[in-house]
Design a protein around this ligand. Sequence first.
Ligand SMILES: Nc1nc2c(c(=O)[nH]1)N=C([C@H](O)[C@H](O)COP(=O)(O)OP(=O)(O)OP(=O)(O)O)CN2
Ligand SMILES: [Zn+2]
Length: 147
Amino acid sequence: MQITTRLEFDAGHRIPSHKSQCRNLHGHRYAIEITLSGDIIKNESASEDGMVMDFSDVKAIARSVVVDVWDHAFLVYQGDQEVLSFLNSLPNHKTVVMSTVPTAENMAAEAFKLLSNAYQDTYGNHLKLERVRLYETPNSWADALGL
Ligand SMILES: Nc1nc2c(c(=O)[nH]1)N=C([C@H](O)[C@H](O)COP(=O)(O)OP(=O)(O)OP(=O)(O)O)CN2
Ligand SMILES: [Zn+2]
């Protein structure tokens, strides 16, 4: 069985070497969808009976590990020195330095990496992170898949 839940956040970014307008500082209303697989829990005394994992728990973990970290932050590539030094000059600015250029693909891969150990198989139901889908716009997204 697979379950998916979706969260949204706002963040700024730029793609420094982009051939067109994405090299400018701008932002998106991103959406992230998290897909987990596992067996349905069969335990009548458990709150999670009939579920793979409670959606509220899926979201709480995603918020603490990724969404609240990236929400209303500017995501900057560590090699983008001009923007990085500007952001560092702003007191108390929420800046997230990334080891890769913040494209939808790299953000999906990073979110997958951050979340892959966060979902624990506490019920022995083979819980596994299968996919992180990162929407940069409503029409464009990237999928990071487990092995
Ligand atoms: N494969 C990728 N291509 C592009 C990415 C990306 O992350 N991966 N990112 C961008 C820019 O960040 C840009 O902000 C988004 O580009 P685009 O989809 O063209 O944005 P629009 O707002 O114009 O989207 P519409 O759906 O056409 O309104 C560029 N490419
Ligand atoms: Zn963009």
